[in-house]
Design a protein around this ligand. Structure first.
Ligand code: HEC
Ligand code: HEC
Ligand code: HEC
Ligand code: HEC
Ligand code: HEC
Length: 274
């Protein structure tokens, strides 16, 4: 007869589960305090109506939520102490006024802030120009893309003409970046060393994605043309690799065919002697 305490009889399992449940109840999960859903800002605000509760719902679908930037990441305050959460002594900033929004977001997006402030939009801040929130929204900020440049959003203050020029110059470059990325990815999965190519593309992509906020039509056109040139060089290298591999494949196929032919001849030869 076995004496093992964990023999899977129904009584044994029951006891085992009970112990497990007790352990779970006693030990707090170590990461609990770090979970965004556990911070007091969300606990309290999700129970508040309208303008005070709405941010929680919107924020949940945002790229900030996805990256662990919660209410206090933007608004400051103490996310662990409900009584003093919104005390200025704990760094609470409140909701920014319109003219303070760029600096508010720019604490983290430093490069974007710099470009924005130097742009026609930044210079019109407080005088009818757009802030970060005009284009990206405040709580439901999603991954940025060229879709943000659209007729509905960009004709609120002026015509779409210049916006359209920026968009089409950027769209072509964006498409080539995506195509190059896909090609490099497929070579990589076939075991080709793509390290240098990946680094090249990464640098070009960063340069490209820092183009927009200056909203300088001439510069976007110029830079896009240059970046396209660099991308085409990368593409040329990729084509070189493809051709070399193609040749190697043909050579391989010829070798296999020759071996097969030889085997068949040997077989026939053997048959005629049998
Ligand atoms: C116990 C409930 C409670 C907690 C905890 C709480 N808030 Fe609030 N919050 C409120 C209420 C109520 C208001 C509206 C009245 C006011 O402004 O004091 C408010 C207002 C705000 C506003 C708008 C202020 C303005 O100037 O319009 C922001 C932003 C805000 N809270 C962010 C936070 C952040 C960030 C945290 C966590 C660090 C937090 N709250 C924690 C209840 C709470
Ligand atoms: C990415 C930064 C960011 C994050 C994260 C963020 N907020 Fe805000 N919040 C803002 C900005 C910017 C404003 C001012 C909006 C405006 O004027 O359009 C604002 C405004 C508010 C207001 C005032 C709303 C009003 O209409 O008066 C409240 C309340 C608020 N936020 C609560 C929260 C809560 C709760 C969270 C967490 C679930 C949160 N915010 C997360 C940027 C943020
Ligand atoms: C006139 C509209 C507009 C305004 C104002 C604006 N943005 Fe953008 N933002 C865009 C567009 C369009 C893109 C996408 C550009 C692209 O795909 O290259 C973008 C991209 C971004 C990105 C991603 C860039 C990257 O490097 O991947 C960040 C972050 C960002 N914006 C933050 C901000 C902040 C912070 C502000 C305020 C200081 C701001 N934006 C103001 C339209 C705007
Ligand atoms: C506490 C730091 C912080 C603040 C403040 C902040 N962000 Fe972000 N933001 C991040 C992080 C982290 C990411 C995700 C990583 C990334 O893409 O850079 C992000 C991502 C973004 C993206 C998507 C970038 C992309 O690659 O497509 C946009 C757009 C953006 N933020 C806009 C804003 C706006 C608008 C505000 C102000 C309302 C703001 N952020 C305030 C930290 C911050
Ligand atoms: C809230 C108002 C507002 C919105 C929304 C807006 N703009 Fe503007 N924009 C301005 C103002 C103000 C100027 C400066 C005066 C001018 O040149 O018309 C400007 C200027 C420009 C310029 C000319 C820059 C220069 O140096 O000549 C471009 C390009 C531009 N905006 C693109 C866009 C794009 C793209 C969008 C949409 C993603 C957009 N704008 C959305 C207000 C806005």
């Amino acid at each position: 007869m076995k004496t093992d305490r964990y023999t899977p009889t129904s009584r044994g399992w029951g006891l085992y589960c009970l112990v497990l449940l007790l352990l779970l109840a006693i030990c707090p999960a170590p990461s609990q305090a770090a979970e965004p859903a556990e911070i007091v800002c969300i606990q309290c605000h999700s129970a508040l109506p309208d303008k005070l509760g709405e941010p929680v719902k919107l924020w949940k679908g945002s790229i900030h939520a996805e990256n662990g930037i919660a209410c206090n990441g933007c608004h400051g305050g103490d996310p662990k102490d409900a009584a003093n959460a919104m005390s200025p002594q704990r760094g609470f900033l409140g909701a920014p006024k319109e003219k303070d929004i760029p600096a508010f977001c720019g604490r983290c997006h430093v490069g974007v802030l710099k470009d924005y402030l130097a742009s026609a939009h930044g210079m019109a801040l407080g005088k009818g120009g757009p802030t970060c929130v005009t284009c990206h929204s405040n709580h439901l900020v999603v991954k940025a893309s060229l879709d943000l440049i659209n007729e509905k959003s960009c004709t609120r203050c002026h015509s779409f003409e210049r916006a359209q020029t920026i968009k089409s110059a950027m769209q072509q470059t964006e498409n080539l970046i995506i195509a190059t990325d896909t090609k490099i990815g497929s070579f990589k999965s076939q075991g080709v060393d793509t390290d240098r190519l990946e680094k090249g593309l990464f640098a070009l992509r960063n340069r490209f994605h820092s183009l927009f906020h200056e909203v300088n039509v001439a510069k976007v056109r110029d830079e896009s043309t240059q970046i396209m040139g660099e991308l085409k060089k990368l593409d040329g290298e990729l084509q070189g690799i493809e051709e070399a591999r193609g040749k190697r494949k043909i050579a391989g196929a010829v070798a296999v065919a020759a071996a097969l032919l030889a085997a068949m001849l040997l077989y026939l030869l053997k048959k005629t002697y049998d």
